[in-house]
Design a protein around this ligand. Structure first.
Ligand SMILES: [Zn+2]
Length: 241
C-alpha cells in the first residue's frame, strides 16, 4: 500500500468526484490527485460509523469529516489501492486509459467500431467480449448472458459477425448490464455489493451456471464448456455460429 502517498496526497484533502473506469474506482481529490481502487475478487468498500467494530481484512480505513469511515476490506487480497499524486495524475490517467478497452456505456461502443476492431481477429466472440484491452468490464456472467440473449454461439469467430449482429450484441449487453446494475451486481459466494447487501441478479440469469437445465428459449439442455479458460454456458439450439 502506498502509505506515504496516502498521507501526502489523500489525507486532509477534499473528495470532489467518484468515477469508474474498467474495473477501477477513481476517487478524485480537489488538488487533482486520485485514489484508485481495484476490488479484485472479494474487495469491498463500505461506509461505517467510526465506532463500528473493525473486521479482519480491513486493509484501509479513511476517516471522513462526517465521522464516517470508508473501509476497504479484501479477504483474498486480489484487490489493489493506488495513489496518483496531483503532479503526475493526468499523465498516469492517460497511460491507464490507453491500456483499457472500450467502455460499454461510452460513445465508442457501437456496431461500427466493434466491426472495425474485429475485422482482423478470428478469436471466439466470447473471448473478444471478455478481453479487457478491447472492451472494458464485461465479466464472464454477462458475456454468457449477452450471447444467449443475442442468439449468437460463444465460439463464433468475430471476423464473421455482421454489423447487424454486433448491434444485437450491443443492445443485449447494455440491457443486461443495466438490469444487473439496478439489481446491485451479481452474487457469487462471498461477493457483496458496496452497501453490504448481496445482489440478486443471479435469480434472473438465463444460462450462466445452468448446465443441463432446460433452456428458457426452447427447453433443450444447456451446455457447458470451457472457452478461453472460462466456464461457458449456451444453448446449441438457440445460439448459432
Ligand atoms: Zn434453446
Amino acid at each position: 500500500m502506498p502509505r506515504k502517498l496516502l498521507h501526502e496526497s489523500i489525507q486532509g484533502h477534499r473528495i470532489t468526484a467518484i468515477d469508474r473506469r474498467a474495473k477501477y474506482l477513481l476517487i478524485r481529490m480537489q488538488d487533482g490527485s486520485v485514489l484508485v481502487f481495484h476490488l479484485g475478487m472479494t474487495g469491498k468498500l463500505g461506509m461505517f460509523p467510526m465506532a463500528a467494530p473493525k473486521a479482519p481484512h480491513d486493509h484501509l480505513r479513511l476517516l471522513l469529516d462526517n465521522e464516517m469511515e470508508l473501509r476497504f476490506n479484501d479477504v483474498r487480497r486480489f484487490g489493489s489501492i493506488t495513489v496518483w499524486p496531483a503532479d503526475h495524475a493526468i499523465i498516469q490517467e492517460e497511460e491507464f486509459n490507453s491500456s483499457k478497452g472500450i467502455e460499454p456505456f461510452g460513445p465508442e461502443f457501437t456496431a461500427a467500431s466493434l466491426t472495425r476492431l474485429a475485422r482482423r481477429r478470428s478469436m471466439p466472440v466470447k473471448t473478444f467480449l471478455m478481453n479487457s484491452r478491447l472492451i472494458a468490464g464485461i465479466g464472464n456472467i454477462y458475456a454468457n448472458e449477452t450471447l444467449f440473449a443475442a442468439s449468437i454461439h460463444p465460439q463464433t469467430r468475430v471476423n464473421l459477425l455482421s454489423e447487424k449482429q454486433w448491434q444485437k450484441i450491443i443492445d443485449c449487453c447494455l440491457r443486461i448490464l443495466t438490469l444487473a446494475i439496478a439489481a446491485g451486481g451479481s452474487t457469487i459466494s462471498d461477493f457483496l455489493g458496496a452497501s453490504g447487501n448481496p445482489g440478486y441478479f443471479q435469480l434472473q440469469l438465463a444460462v450462466y451456471g445452468k448446465k443441463d437445465e432446460p433452456c428458457p428459449g426452447c427447453g433443450a439442455k444447456i451446455n457447458k464448456e470451457t472457452l478461453g479458460g472460462r466456464a461457458t454456458y449456451y444453448c446449441s439450439n438457440c445460439q448459432s455460429i
